[in-house]
Design a protein around this ligand. Structure first.
Ligand code: SF4
Ligand code: SF4
Length: 421
């Protein structure tokens, strides 16, 4: 485990021997110890909103093949006080008798700073001194103690993955992500480095889906999911959010929103989507609905390690938008009219094109004028060059061959059935 920023504390090492190995038989139950550091609890809210799978499905063990999750969560647990803390203590002492994973929400503060002033940044449970005094146990200490025996270490949210808002420039807490705290040599008992599911807050489904995938691996019924070089589930974070954005078509045509509420691309209002790795718009916030640009919000890069400083000031357009935006504008001003021409053509049925009239009771549909008709003529020539056009002599001859063949087959069957001589 790595030393913290100030460099004055004893360097933590990773020489600890795990106090349990995975059971040789099938794993039927896995404990999940949730720890909250410098957190707003938004990740917990996101997780309980997940739908694919739901937290309820995980804790009830209702997904075939997956072990049941015994969740220990400071807010959701039905136990309180020492009864709640007891399983944490058992796990720390290697006496739990079952595999466990650790889920850390919020960033890991440098508790030495708080201790210097006689306090703590974030804590859970307490050690009782000889004089009966209660000394709160920082969650950073729980993390350090539980990490060596964890089958998997999962950081949820951008604070836990990269440091996030509490680790922004000028902070007084020395906050950092779990990966920074545990160091690059950290491996869980399954041999996995820290798994990172970023987002502020993350998509709940990203979290529960990753947990389910890791549980399948743990239970021996699935392969190790693909993670990228930063420990992110690769299938969720390899692409930029721009690639799946519902507004990407208007970016490509160089048409940009000028005000909030406009339906076009938001890059000129400050959207960082073209460089940000996130699946929010394709997955939606909850139940495949909502999500930043889907609902009119710009991307502020909340899944990225540089967040928030690298994307501030929010609501100011990224510097690169001038070059890329003007390029899209130039290309779009040429491409857009061409697309409108073929769109007009696609909006005419063969009958309407032939009769020159659209019998719609909803409104008058103007027919293409001579210039548009000429454009359609040449477009069609290009479209079918080297091919045969619908209703052409070549197509009719092929259809005649087909009809002849079908007729012969039919006759043959009728002869076999004795219906025809
Ligand atoms: S709104 Fe953002 S992510 Fe969507 S197309 Fe525009 S720049 Fe890309
Ligand atoms: S689209 Fe941008 S702001 Fe929205 S969740 Fe993804 S990274 Fe965060």
């Amino acid at each position: 485990m790595a030393d913290t920023d100030s460099g004055s504390a004893t360097r933590l090492t990773n020489t600890h021997t795990p106090t349990f190995g995975l059971a040789s038989g099938p794993v039927t139950e896995v404990h999940a110890f949730w720890l909250a550091g410098m957190s707003c609890d938004g990740c917990s809210i996101a997780a309980v909103g997940a739908e694919h799978p739901t937290v309820e499905q995980l804790v009830s063990g209702s997904i075939p093949g997956l072990p049941k999750v015994v969740l220990h969560h400071p807010v959701l647990d039905v136990e309180a006080g020492e009864a709640f803390i007891a399983p944490y203590r058992l796990a720390r002492e290697g006496k739990l008798g079952a595999p466990y994973v650790v889920i850390y929400e919020g960033s890991v503060a440098d508790e030495r700073i708080a201790a210097h002033y006689g306090g703590y940044w974030s804590a859970m449970g307490a050690n009782i001194g000889a004089d009966g005094s209660h000394q709160p146990i920082p969650t950073a200490i729980w993390l350090k103690d539980l990490a060596p025996g964890a089958a998997a270490m999962i950081a949820i949210g951008t604070c836990a993955t990269w440091g996030g808002v509490p680790a922004a420039a000028g902070n007084v807490t020395g906050s950092m992500g779990v990966m920074d705290f545990l160091g690059k040599d950290y491996l869980s008992t399954l041999g996995l480095p820290v798994i990172n599911i970023p987002g502020c807050s993350p998509v709940g489904d990203n979290f529960t889906e990753t947990v389910a995938a890791v549980l399948m691996f743990l239970a021996g019924v699935g392969p190790l999911p693909a993670f990228d070089e930063l420990g992110r589930p690769a299938w969720m974070f390899k692409d930029t959010v721009h690639r799946g954005c519902v507004r990407a078509g208007s970016y490509e045509e160089g048409v940009f929103a000028q005000n909030y509420g406009d339906t076009e691309c938001l890059v000129e209002l400050g959207c960082w989507g073209p460089v940000v790795q996130c699946n929010m718009v394709s997955r939606g916030a909850i139940g495949h609905a909502g999500g930043c640009m889907n609902t009119g919000g710009i991307c502020i890069g909340c899944t990225m390690p540089g967040f928030p400083d690298a994307f501030a000031p929010f609501y100011k357009a990224p510097p690169g938008k001038t070059l890329s935006g003007n390029t899209s504008r130039a290309v779009g001003s040429f491409i857009r009219p061409l697309r409108r021409i073929s769109q007009r053509k696609g909006n005419l049925s063969p009958r309407w094109a032939r009769t020159g009239f659209v019998p719609s009771g909803w409104g008058h549909v103007e027919m293409p004028g001579p210039v548009m008709r000429a454009a359609h003529y040449f477009y069609k020539k290009l479209q079918y060059s080297g091919q045969f056009t619908p209703a052409s002599a070549r197509q009719q001859s092929l259809q005649a061959d087909g009809h002849k063949f079908i007729g012969e087959v039919k006759r043959h069957i009728e002869q076999q059935d004795g219906l025809k001589p």
